[in-house]
Design a protein around this ligand. Structure first.
Ligand SMILES: Nc1ncnc2c1ncn2[C@@H]1O[C@H](COP(=O)(O)OP(=O)(O)OP(=O)(O)O)[C@@H](O)[C@H]1O
Ligand SMILES: [Mg+2]
Length: 222
């Protein structure tokens, strides 16, 4: 498969962009793929996360501003990486727009709440103005069997906003692993969070194999 670029985007802060991006990158790296991370958030979350431990030290990661997202991608492509993952800030920026334009797949993480959902839909509409690449919502910090997560999923499906099948549950393992500069796939490889991440990687891999569709607004039918 040629190199694929996955961008994590939503204007809602704290929705899980950095966590899902890092966990996906670490999983793929651990499973033998050549992964590169572009940290387009001025907060530098991914780079600091990697620096806090040793498990992720082999993953090439660069910070990038509005003028350097494209060159960051091109450098990684020239190095023959399999997967390039881009984390973006929780606000609109030129760097985010560059990450959107170059992506083969856009993932919009969101917590199961109406407020997060509204911002996620706004983000999806902004994305649809810039690219025809597929866009998926990722429910993050869910509680198993909760009414609100089911409700959010139903609302998304009614609006033709496509949720991923996998959900990342609210688990202390995510924060604890980050504290140790690692992710659940290394920290607790047989734990529930690691299993979710494996499912997330598998579903993402399937989406990357799919063909592009015509551009559409999140509010329009598929
Ligand atoms: N599934 C989860 N379970 C438990 N905690 C989580 C989970 N996902 C994220 N968190 C925690 O929630 C907080 C926000 O997550 P994260 O930093 O990934 O969001 P973000 O979208 O990147 O935020 P920002 O827009 O500020 O960059 C972090 O403290 C993270 O550890
Ligand atoms: Mg972040």
């Amino acid at each position: 498969m040629p190199a694929k670029i996955i961008s994590f985007v939503t204007m809602k802060g704290g929705s899980g962009k950095s966590t899902s991006a890092m966990c996906l990158g670490a999983y793929w790296q651990k499973s033998g793929m050549k992964v590169g991370l572009i940290d387009a958030d001025p907060a530098g979350t991914l780079v600091r996360w990697i620096a806090a431990g040793t498990d992720l030290a082999e993953i090439p990661a660069v910070t990038a501003g509005p003028d350097s997202v494209d060159t960051g991608i091109d450098d990684f492509l020239a190095r023959g990486l399999d997967r390039i993952i881009i984390d973006t800030p929780g606000f609109q920026s030129e760097a985010t727009d560059a990450a959107i334009r170059r992506a083969d797949l856009l993932i919009i993480p969101m917590r199961p709440s109406p407020i997060d959902y509204q911002v996620a839909v706004d983000s999806a509409e902004h994305i649809a103005d810039l690219t025809t690449a597929p866009v998926r919502f990722l429910l993050n910090q869910t509680t198993k069997g909760s009414v609100i997560a089911r409700h959010m999923r139903a609302q998304m499906e009614a609006a033709n906003a496509q949720p991923m099948e996998v959900e990342l549950s609210a688990r202390v393992a995510y924060g604890e692993a980050a504290l140790a500069g690692t992710t659940p796939s290394y920290y607790q490889p047989r734990g529930a969070a690691a299993r979710e991440i494996a499912d997330f990687a598998s579903e993402t891999g399937t989406l990357l194999g799919m063909r592009r569709k015509k551009a559409r607004k999140a509010s329009e039918p598929v």
